[in-house]
Design a protein around this ligand. Structure first.
Ligand SMILES: C[S@@+](CC[C@H](N)C(=O)[O-])C[C@H]1O[C@@H](n2cnc3c(N)ncnc32)[C@H](O)[C@@H]1O
Ligand code: SF4
Length: 489
């Protein structure tokens, strides 16, 4: 009985490298020219059963001169004595299989044949990234561009193209839709409406689905809010950051406190199902008393949900350079921790549940979409730099908006697909699950190995452990990074 495996790699227009191997199941090919790669694998057993795996056109990648490509295919066929070989073949002869591509700047491009079609995404959420902003804030490391004119039409078209391409992967209507940025409040309502119309056609929204739009105070006007409501947006999240002009200037924000408060008034009176505001603590020149004053001013609007983020110095930002050069001095870790606990105390006293490390909600107003991330639910990410997660795979789109538009219109906006191994998935599940202060995280069955260290952390008062479920205590919240290190290390 003979088994033959053939792999063909087509390089640029018509160059091709083909390798044929007998009785062997592993092939590796290196190519060191500028290539557009498409891989097709066919396995044939002498009894004319054939499985062909084709990679869609859209999974192609450009590689620079010095990159190399390696392809490895593992095929195992067990053959019985008889000439008839039971090889499971799906209904259709040709199965589209995604290709996971990770590009290291000067290294190799590894192409691994994966199985995107393993199970759907269930009732997943959808994240849409609108990348344009009026100004790039010094602390921000999100995928952002600040063109003089936002290419509204081209961007919407690209997004709809990606929706058509990927919407089916959701396997049904979306449970939540979150339009984040960037500054989605800059999206012209007519264009946003065009996108939402396409979205409602396919994949659709579950009845009562949470539909959030992030807004910056500058664009919150009565007309815009009415237009959003008319389009079905039922939750708005406003980026306030601080209600103090000195701190807003220091944080490099465009708006002042008065503009932010006008926006909050409009949103609070708009009759939305829910709304939220974002605050940042640990800003340059901010004292605990300043932070508490911002909290009190924000509470006057009775927001159903508040996100309070500790300022993170992201390495590639202007803020990181300013801190490095000594031009900006930030409050120390101790002060940040005091700010976290003063928010916890103040907001709890006002009736909020501190349900996630950075999130507070009045009863019934937990952020459904964000909770999906902490619960490791599948979600689809659309737009530049957007991430999507369909266990065990994570996809990331190209980050630069202009390139995204080009690539989405050409049918391939994906930059990389990473297939997470069970160990990494379990690790991430515990890391994100512990952020949920209300529900905690289950340490079984896939993460039972963390139980002995969880018991030690519980004895030290940093975790509460009931059976195999763990929660951060106040002390654990204070020392969260070290708890995670000890637990998972
Ligand atoms: C990406 S922004 C988009 C929202 C909107 N463009 C804005 O700036 O208000 C979402 C939220 O992330 C938070 N954020 C962004 N960069 C941060 C950082 N370096 N540290 C802490 N929070 C940050 C801010 O609170 C912001 O409102
Ligand atoms: S914080 Fe918001 S407004 Fe500022 S650059 Fe980032 S996304 Fe744009």
């Amino acid at each position: 009985m003979s088994v033959s495996v053939s792999v063909s790699v087509s390089v640029s227009d018509s160059d091709s490298v083909s390798v044929s191997v007998s009785d062997s199941d592993s092939v590796s090919v290196s190519v060191s020219v500028s290539v557009s790669v498409s891989v097709s694998v066919s396995v044939s057993v002498s009894v004319s059963v054939s499985v062909s795996v084709s990679v869609p056109d859209s999974d192609s990648v450009s590689v620079s001169d010095s990159d190399s490509v390696s392809v490895s295919v593992s095929v195992s066929v067990s053959v019985s004595d008889s000439d008839s070989v039971p090889v499971p073949v799906p209904d259709s002869d040709s199965v589209p299989v995604p290709v996971s591509v990770s590009v290291a700047r000067l290294g190799a491009v590894a192409v691994v044949v994966g199985a995107w079609q393993d199970g759907g995404m269930g009732a997943g959420g959808v994240y849409v990234h609108f990348p344009y902003c009026a100004h790039h804030c010094a602390y921000c490391d999100f995928a952002v561009a600040t063109p003089r004119r936002v290419p509204q039409g081209a961007f919407t078209e690209a997004l709809v193209a990606e929706l058509v391409l990927r919407g089916g992967a959701l396997g049904g209507a979306a449970r939540t839709l979150y339009i984040g940025g960037g500054t989605p409040s800059l999206w012209e309502p007519a264009e946003l409406g065009r996108f939402l119309e396409a979205f409602r056609r396919s994949p659709g929204l579950e009845p009562g689905a949470e539909l959030t739009l992030e807004a910056n105070p500058a664009e919150v006007t009565a007309e815009r809010v009415a237009a959003w409501r008319a389009l079905g947006i039922n939750r708005v999240s406003v980026g306030v950051q601080a209600l103090d002009d000195r701190l807003l200037r220091a944080a490099d924000r465009l708006h002042d406190a008065e503009r932010a408060e006008r926006a909050l008034e409009l949103i609070a009176g708009a009759g939305l199902v829910s709304w939220s505001l974002d605050l940042i603590f640990g800003l340059a020149g901010q004292s605990v008393a300043d932070w508490e004053a911002t909290l009190d001013r924000a509470l006057a609007f009775a927001p159903p949900h508040i996100s309070a983020y500790a300022l993170t110095v992201e390495p590639r930002t202007m803020l990181a350079r300013q801190v490095r050069d000594g031009r900006v001095r930030l409050p120390g870790d101790e002060t940040q921790v005091r700010m976290l606990f003063s928010a916890r105390e103040r907001l709890r006293a006002a009736g909020y549940v501190h349900y996630e490390v950075s999130s507070y909600a009045l009863p019934g107003h937990r952020a459904v979409h964000n909770a999906g991330y902490w619960e490791m639910r599948p979600y689809l990410g659309l737009g530049p730099g957007a991430h999507g997660f369909a266990p065990p795979e994570r996809r990331v789109n190209v980050r630069r908006p202009r390139l995204y538009i080009e690539r989405a219109l050409a049918g391939d906006p994906v930059e990389s697909v990473e297939r997470l191994d069970p160990e990494t998935l379990a690790f991430e599940r515990v890391m994100t699950g512990l952020r949920d202060l209300e529900r905690g995280v289950e340490l079984a069955p896939d993460t039972e190995r963390f139980l002995p260290s969880a018991e030690a952390e519980a004895r030290a008062g940093r975790l509460r452990l009931e059976g195999t479920r763990a929660w951060l205590t106040d002390e654990g919240l204070r020392l969260m990074d070290s708890v995670l290190l000890k637990l998972l290390g």
